[in-house]
Ligand binder design. Structure first.
Ligand code: ZN
Length: 429
């Protein structure tokens, strides 16, 4: 309670003669008691202290001990801080007296100020001024942020939030997947670290909850293998099953899709589950696709439209039917692969060949042959870009064992990005 009652002058006499001749000789007077005040101070919102003012009528002759009188007090409406005059009066017959004191209503209570340390959202409320959120002053001092606000009586509130400026620390161990990440504020962030590969370097990136970022990197060579599983010609009837398997192992892959597929409705799921979507072609018809440079780009435009319809964006990653080294295209347009490779680059598109083939297009191919080809191929590469087809059930059937084997050996499976190592075959047309 902040009621302060200040007794400035304890005694106040006011006497007024009535002016009647007979009474004047008697020297009568009205006397107020000593509990009167010149000023009372009260905190805003608190009730004013109750105090008694009493008065007596006294005269030398008849009423030496005094006649108690009723005192009339006019309480002002003091609904805001300020000084109010409180008037009181008493009368006896024709004799009247009055007095007053000041009731000072003050606001010494600072506004409430609340700041959320994580979101830095703030609000302020004052008992007199109401919502002061708009008057909060935020001062960014780098390592700390100071919030301050003052009410109309000059009462101040201040809060300081220390800013987390310390980035997490990524510690790399022996294998590519052997790393930890710890943040002073957030604790263990190891599971938040994102990996990507470019130019044979594996990058580890993380941000803490306050946006402090950390990066670590190292050469893939000598520390393990990065494996990009890529699937062409789908989505197909086995793609959903393949997605289940990839999800089970927490692995992201890349799908070079064909626009005329009847399973394009799987593209949103593919994207949602973190895989990369890339363009193979719309028709996959060599005679059409390689009929001319324009037919290639017309066909590519069609598959891009299909992809955009499904996932809301196009891709900059493409793969040629037959790869960039195909010679089939020569029978339709001599030199077209050389031109297309250059034109794709000019258009900001990136083409990917592969350096590990499952050879699952062969009529003799089996799950076992796929497995053998993929394992042997991966072991020859620091960064392996594996070609499989998700329209082949026996090839999809090999994926689980590839993942189990790869993870047991500490290989890093990643989805392709435009920056990833893109093995290019020797262009032969
Ligand atoms: Zn293909």
């Amino acid at each position: 309670m902040r009621i302060g009652v200040k007794i400035v002058a304890a005694v106040l006499f006011v006497a007024v003669c009535a002016g009647a001749a007979g009474i004047a000789t008697d020297d009568p007077m009205i006397e107020f008691n000593q509990d009167t005040y010149e000023e009372i101070v009260v905190e805003y919102g608190e009730p004013a202290p109750v105090h008694e003012i009493s008065a007596v009528y006294r005269s030398r002759v008849l009423h030496r001990s005094g006649v108690p009188l009723a005192v009339k007090i006019e309480q002002p409406d003091y609904s805001a801080p300020g000084a109010y005059e409180v008037r009181y009066s008493a009368s006896y017959k024709k004799l009247a007296a009055e007095g007053s004191y000041t009731l000072r209503v003050v606001d010494t209570t600072p506004p409430e100020l609340t700041v959320d340390e994580d979101t830095l959202a703030y609000s302020s409320f004052d008992s007199v001024d109401g919502d002061l959120t708009d008057r909060v002053v935020v001062t960014d001092e780098g390592e700390r942020i100071v919030f301050s606000v003052a009410d109309s009586s000059g009462n101040q509130s201040e809060k300081t939030v220390l800013r987390d400026l310390t980035p997490p620390v990524i510690t790399l161990g022996q294998g590519l997947l052997d790393f930890t990440c710890f943040d002073e504020t957030d604790g263990d962030l190891s599971s938040e670290v994102r990996l990507h590969e470019s130019g044979g370097i594996l990058y580890y990136e993380v941000s803490d909850s306050h946006g402090n970022a950390a990066t670590a990197s190292r050469k893939v060579a000598g520390n393990g293998r990065v494996v990009y599983l890529t699937f062409d010609d789908g989505p197909g009837p086995y793609t959903a099953e393949l997605l289940d398997t990839l999800a089970q192992y927490g692995v992201k892959a890349t799908f070079f899709v064909v626009g005329r597929s009847e399973h394009l409705d799987l593209l949103p799921r593919i994207k949602a589950e973190g895989h990369s979507i890339a363009a193979h072609t719309y028709s996959h018809n060599y005679a059409k696709v390689y009929a001319s440079v324009d037919s290639y780009f017309d066909d590519l435009e069609l598959v891009q439209q299909k992809i955009e319809e499904q996932v809301g964006e196009r891709t900059v990653m493409v793969r040629f039917p037959g790869g960039s080294s195909n010679t089939v295209s020569r029978q339709y347009t001599p030199g077209i692969m050389t031109q297309l490779a250059r034109l794709l680059n000019e258009r900001g598109l990136v083409y990917f060949d592969w350096n590990v083939s499952a050879a699952d297009a062969s009529t003799q191919a089996t799950t076992a042959s796929v497995l053998g080809n993929v394992k042997n191929g991966i072991l020859k590469q620091d960064v392996a870009v594996v070609l499989q087809h998700d329209v082949k059930d026996f090839s999809v059937a090999a994926v689980e064992e590839i993942l189990r084997w790869g993870q047991a050996n500490g290989f890093v499976f990643l989805p392709l990005t435009p920056e990833s190592t893109a093995p290019h075959h020797h262009i032969a047309n």
